[in-house]
Each structure stands twice: as structure tokens, then as C-alpha cells.
Design a protein around this ligand. Structure first.
Ligand code: PEP
Ligand code: MG
Length: 601
């Protein structure tokens, strides 16, 4: 299928390679009946398939251990133990004895086990659903003779562009960065967590392609343009030449941007804007520190859990937080407590609500699971001995949650006292303002917190009732909708009046046009993806607060997001000319048509 497919830019960069198609989904299984004298050989076939799947899992485990570490690799021990479960295998064999083909018997039992586990009252058992799905796919693939699509199979230097429907945690921990050079998915948007993770890993990615896996066969020559959000399959020689040229220019631009890292983050008219980095994986800390970030404005601790079979214990968390704190030698590191649920931690355990985004996630889950929460709080209190740690609670909707979290923090401290372990007492505590409830009632929170951080990804999602992960709704997901701008403005005004730092850590701050809007709305602290630090610094250094304020007030008074975007664009482009870096992350940008299709309603 030659031609270009347009999705959404998720992680910048241009790569050229071969399509590696990964269909990781439970296959359709025919209902097949076996005769009485075939039963024994059918059971042998099942046992053989299980052995081969286990063999494969041991291989995958070894690879994950190498690429992602021993804790992440443990997920595969769980999957191996599922295949050694005598009662599960007994149930499948019993169905075969009732004359069902091995594939259908295995499929039916796994389906029942998934249903049972998904409804279980214990979260640890609910977490097993994702493992059951993986195991189901593996064994059925062997039984049905389907090609094995494991991403781990690729030799080094394969230059593979991984094309898949969505990237699950168990697939993510297997990614071999020496073989895979880019990611393309049918599902997802710029703010979904596969996109965030791709940016963290520095892998160019395009998401929201909708039907790429259905349209491709695999092995096609392709160019993935993560900056513009395009996948070009079987490119013409002219397209190859154009893209190689563009890649050379982007690489040169990146070198130039890095020189900005050491410069001051101050506007033309002398206003300082604190610029920190978002860190998703502890290993990113060094790179973020080198990008010129003045600390960490958001560490997403849930990525310590993604793809894991069990929650990390206090020691492991302490080591991870200390690693980040030390990389930033004394500068502030804002660590957010677990924001699992929603589209994060999709290991099956926390997504039993019909609407996971409106369900049991983030601070709600932590308050209901005090032991899990206090383990994290103890690790944070201890890590604070090594630097300026600040704790932030996600998805707060009411002061009660803040007070309860503080009570649990006191209990965590008392537990450390009882053990005689050293920790710091006076950590600043803040909340994420990422729901309309928190934004409208922000005045009720300000007396009990030391800082506010606006999570514009969720604030946009909940204000506009637009799912942040839906490719179908991507053009409607715009933080420039006047409703979102008004809420941000209100949060900044109330926070500033109470002399609190008000930061923005959603993706909005990483995009030049939106960063300009935020400066104009009065934001003086932002936290952006590590790679976006020089980019946003360039915006800060090239504008004046006076002009940004005028633009933001015009955007606030606009009737639509499109109109707001026009007001901002006009003034920002007057400051910079049509510089290519301004286009970063703007939807609909294809070779010059910067605003085509963007702006939403
Ligand atoms: C946000 O919602 O804007 C945010 C920064 O948090 P996350 O993207 O992790 O939900
Ligand atoms: Mg959020």
C-alpha cells in the first residue's frame, strides 16, 4: 500500500526503515470438535504448545531482563507460572475430553479466567488479567500455527519501525532500542501514555493512525515522520530525498537548540520563567538535567509500576527517587504520587470501572490503599534526605483528599520514626489542578498546600468531555478552548494572590504556541518533556511578557479555540517569523499547512 498515512505527531524525529507489524491480539478461534480417539493426541498437542510457549517466555524474560531490568522482567515469571497452573491446565484438558479442539478449549478457559479475575475483590488478582491475555495469545498462536510477532525477535540493527494497534506495558518492556527505531500505532494521541513513553525513550513516534495495522502487510520500506505525524509507506525516490534532507536539517536544528540549554530562562522584558523537566523513567534524569532544566516539575512515578507484576517496595522506590534527586543536585524535584488507573498501569488491575478515566485512579486509589500509599510516602520522605524533594498529589477534587493524604504522610513519618530511619520532615506538598472541580474550587485548597501544578492534559479532557486518548476526537482535544483558558487563568490568579508557585506540567507547556499563551496568562513556571526544554526556552527568550499578555487576553476573549489560536499565532509569528520550530506538536501540520485541520471546535 504505497503512500502516506496521517496520524498524530507523538515523538519528534524522522527515521527510515522496514515496517515490523505486530498484531498482539487474541485470535478468532473456530469451534472444532474432535472424535474420542483423537482426544489423547489433542491433549498432547496442548501440552506441547504450552511447553513451547513457556520456552518462548523464558527467552523473552531474558531479553526483558537485559533491556528493562530484573523487576520488569518478573512479569514473565508470572506468565510462566500461569502456564504451570495445574487447575487451569486441568480445566482445558477436561474440555478436550468432552471432544472440544485444543484451541477452543484453551480459548474458553482463558476467557472464563479473565472474567473471573477482572471481577476479583483483590487488586493483585485483578492485575493478572493482562498476563492472562498475553498467555492466551502466545499459546493460541502456537496451536494455530500463526506467525510469531514478538518484537524481541529482531536482530540488532534491524532498523524496524514497529507498527501495532497499541503498545501494552508487557510489549514496552521488551522494546529493543538497538533494533526498533520508531513506533507507529493505530490508537492513541499526543497525550496518551504510549506517546509520553516514546518521547522519554527518544523514539520517533506517530500515533492515531487508526487502521495502519490493517492496511500494512509488514516488511514494507517506510519513512516515519514523528515531527509531523506521518507514516510514508514505499516512498518514492523523490520523497526519500526530501525526507533525508529534512532529517539533516532537523538534526542541525537539534544541535543549535542544545546550545540554548545553558542560557537563562528569561523573557525579552526581563521576567524569569522557571523551566523544569517532566521525568517519566528514572533513567531519563541525567539527560533532562543536561537539557538545561532547573529541576523536575513532574516525575510520573507510575512508570515505575507499568508492566510490573507487583508494586515496587519501599527500598526500590527509595533508590529510584534518590537517583533522580541526585541527578539534579539540590534543585527542586517534584515527585507525583502514583497516578495509576485511567490510561496508566494497564495491567488489568485497576480498570474495572466502566469509565476508567472517571473511575478509581490516582489519589482516590492511593487513599483507599493506605499501605501501598504509605510505602511510597516513606520512600519519598527518605529520598528527600538527598535533595529538594516536593510531593504532589494527582487528580485532587476536594480539600478532604489533601487532608487525608497529609494524615497518611504523618503516619508514614511515624513509621519511619519507629524504625529509627532518617528522613526529612518539612517537605513542600502540592496538588495537581487537573479537574474543573479543583480549578473552580482552587481557593479552597490554597491554604493547605505549598504549590499548584496545572495538569492541562486531564484538565482539557475533563473540561471538554473529550477523551485524551481517542484518535477520533483528537481535533477536538484543544487546551486553547476558551473554557480551558479561563480555568487556567483563574488558577493562576488565585494561586498568585496566595503567593503560591503555579506551574503547568501538561503537554501544553511543551508546545511553543501554547507555552506563549501560558506566559501571557501569568504562568511563571513550566515543566516540559526533557527534549522540549531548549525549545520552550527559545520561546521564553524570544518573547516579551507584555506581548504574550496581550495575546493571551485576546485568546481568552475569543469565541472558539480556532480564533484563540489565530490571536496567539499572529503575535508569536510576528516575534519569530515563520521559524520551523514553532510548528512542533501542532496538529495538522503537513509540509507548510501549519494550521490546517487544527483548532478544533
Ligand atoms: C496532566 O494531566 O496534564 C498531567 C501532567 O498528568 P498526566 O499526563 O500524567 O495525566
Ligand atoms: Mg493528569
Amino acid at each position: 500500500m504505497p503512500g502516506g498515512m496521517a496520524g498524530m505527531p507523538a515523538s519528534p524525529g524522522i527515521v527510515e526503515g522496514k515496517v515490523h507489524l505486530l498484531r498482539w491480539e487474541v485470535p478468532d478461534v473456530d469451534h472444532r470438535v474432535v472424535s474420542d480417539n483423537e482426544i489423547t493426541s489433542e491433549i498432547d498437542r496442548l501440552r506441547d504448545a504450552i511447553e513451547r510457549a513457556k520456552e518462548r517466555l523464558r527467552h523473552v524474560r531474558a531479553r526483558a531482563d537485559k533491556h528493562a531490568g530484573p523487576e520488569e522482567a518478573a512479569i514473565f515469571d508470572v506468565q510462566i507460572s500461569i502456564l504451570e497452573d495445574a487447575s487451569l491446565i486441568g480445566e482445558v484438558e477436561e474440555l478436550i475430553r468432552q471432544n472440544l479442539g485444543a484451541e477452543k478449549a484453551f480459548d474458553l478457559v482463558l476467557f472464563e479466567w479473565r472474567q473471573h479475575f477482572a471481577r476479583h475483590s483483590q487488586s493483585m488478582l485483578r492485575e493478572r488479567v493482562g498476563d492472562l491475555i498475553d498467555v492466551q495469545i502466545r499459546v493460541l498462536s502456537v496451536l494455530m500455527g500463526l506467525p510469531d510477532h514478538d518484537p524481541v525477535d529482531l536482530p540488532k540493527g534491524s532498523n524496524a519501525i514497529l507498527v501495532t494497534h497499541d503498545l501494552t506495558p508487557s510489549l514496552t518492556v521488551q522494546l529493543d532500542r538497538e533494533a526498533i527505531i520508531g513506533i507507529a500505532t493505530d490508537a492513541g494521541t499526543r497525550t496518551s501514555h504510549v506517546a509520553i513513553l516514546a518521547r522519554s525513550l527518544g523514539l520517533p513516534a506517530v500515533v492515531g493512525l487508526r487502521d495502519a495495522t490493517a492496511r500494512l502487510k509488514g516488511n514494507e520500506h517506510a519513512i516515519l515522520d514523528g515531527t509531523s505525524g506521518i507514516l510514508i509507506v514505499d516512498p518514492t525516490p523523490a520523497q526519500i530525498a526530501t525526507y533525508r534532507d529534512r532529517k539533516a536539517r532537523e538534526d542541525a536544528d537539534a544541535v543549535e537548540l542544545l546550545q540554548i540549554a545553558t542560557t537563562e530562562s528569561v523573557t525579552l522584558d526581563g521576567h524569569w520563567v522557571t523551566l523544569r523537566a517532566n521525568v517519566d523513567l528514572p533513567e531519563e534524569a541525567e539527560q533532562a538535567a543536561h537539557s538545561g532544566a532547573e529541576g523536575v516539575g513532574l516525575m510520573r512515578t507510575e512508570f515505575l509500576v507499568v508492566g510490573r507484576a507487583t508494586m515496587p517496595d519501599e527500598e526500590e522506590q527509595y533508590r529510584a527517587y534518590t537517583h533522580v534527586v541526585e541527578a539534579f543536585s539540590g534543585r527542586p524535584v517534584v515527585i507525583r504520587t502514583f497516578d495509576v488507573g485511567g490510561d496508566k498501569l494497564p495491567v488489568g488491575g485497576y480498570q474495572t470501572d466502566a469509565n476508567p478515566f472517571l473511575g478509581w485512579r490516582a489519589i482516590r486509589m492511593c487513599l483507599d490503599e493506605p499501605e501501598l500509599f504509605k510505602t511510597q510516602l516513606r520512600a519519598l520522605l527518605r529520598a528527600a534526605m538527598h535533595g529538594d524533594v516536593r510531593i504532589m498529589f494527582p487528580l485532587v477534587i476536594t480539600l478532604d483528599e489533601v487532608l487525608q493524604a497529609k494524615q497518611l504522610l504523618r503516619e508514614a513519618a511515624a513509621e519511619l520514626d519507629a524504625r529509627g530511619v532518617e528522613y526529612r520532615h518539612d517537605l513542600p506538598l502540592g496538588v495537581m489542578v487537573e479537574t474543573p472541580a479543583a480549578a473552580l474550587c482552587v481557593h479552597t485548597l490554597v491554604d493547605d498546600v505549598s504549590f499548584l501544578s496545572i495538569g492541562t492534559n486531564d484538565l482539557t479532557q475533563y473540561t471538554l468531555a473529550v477523551d485524551r486518548g481517542s484518535a477520533n476526537l483528537a481535533s477536538r482535544f484543544t487546551p486553547l478552548h476558551p473554557a480551558v483558558l479561563q480555568l487556567i487563568h483563574r488558577i493562576v490568579e488565585v494561586g498568585s494572590a496566595h503567593k503560591l508557585e503555579v506551574s503547568v506540567c501538561g503537554e501544553m507547556a511543551s508546545q511553543p504556541l501554547m507555552a506563549f499563551a501560558l506566559i501571557g496568562l501569568g504562568v511563571r513556571s513550566m515543566s516540559v518533556a526533557g527534549r522540549a526544554v531548549p525549545l520552550v526556552k527559545r520561546v521564553i527568550r524570544g518573547v516579551s511578557v507584555a506581548v504574550a499578555h496581550e495575546a493571551a487576553m485576546a485568546a481568552l476573549a475569543s469565541k472558539t479555540a480556532r480564533e484563540a489560536e489565530g490571536e496567539l499565532r499572529r503575535r508569536l509569528f510576528a516575534a519569530f517569523g515563520d521559524a520551523p520550530f514553532l510548528r512542533d506538536g501542532l496538529p495538522g501540520f503537513v509540509d507548510g499547512n501549519i494550521f490546517e485541520g487544527s483548532g478544533g471546535p
